[in-house]
Design a protein around this ligand. Sequence first.
Ligand code: S3P
Length: 168
Amino acid sequence: MKNIVLIGFMGSGKTVISKVLSKKLKRDIVDIDVLIEKKTKMKIKNIFKKFGEEYFRDLEEKITAKVSKKKNIIISTGGGIIKRENNIKNLKKNGIIIYLKNTFKTSCERLKGKKNRPLFNEKNLKATKKLFLQRLKLYKNAADIIIKTDNKSIKQVSEEIIEKIKYL
Ligand code: S3P
């Protein structure tokens, strides 16, 4: 069976939805950010601080290429996965890409007070919104399926995904 790959902006619910899908569909889950943190023994925030974004993107690309070879798993990605075309190319080989789409307002509400995302700056929401708008097209182009998540519960979103992938 094809992998189910979740993409979307920070705060779109990729991590939590991937956990629910993993339980409901009895499939293993791989979270690319978690793998990066395990491999480097560092928090993502600190990788960005110490080595910069490009270093993080290189790690992300390497790990994505490896994970993409697996089958029948749920893959949760980081919000910037769409920055490199190669990631999407690899993930599509064995996977269906599901874009969890929400408004910028919803991301802000979900991430309120969380300080672990180097590219989500509550003190400079203008820059973060710019990033959000720049990425919209990239998520849309990469997606096989788009699921809108605003004002929906975790249960509703996961059930919607399960219903959609039934017919693939
Ligand atoms: C990033 C999103 C983060 C993480 C890193 C970069 C991004 O993951 O990969 O901070 O560029 O959008 P989440 O989308 O899980 O927050």
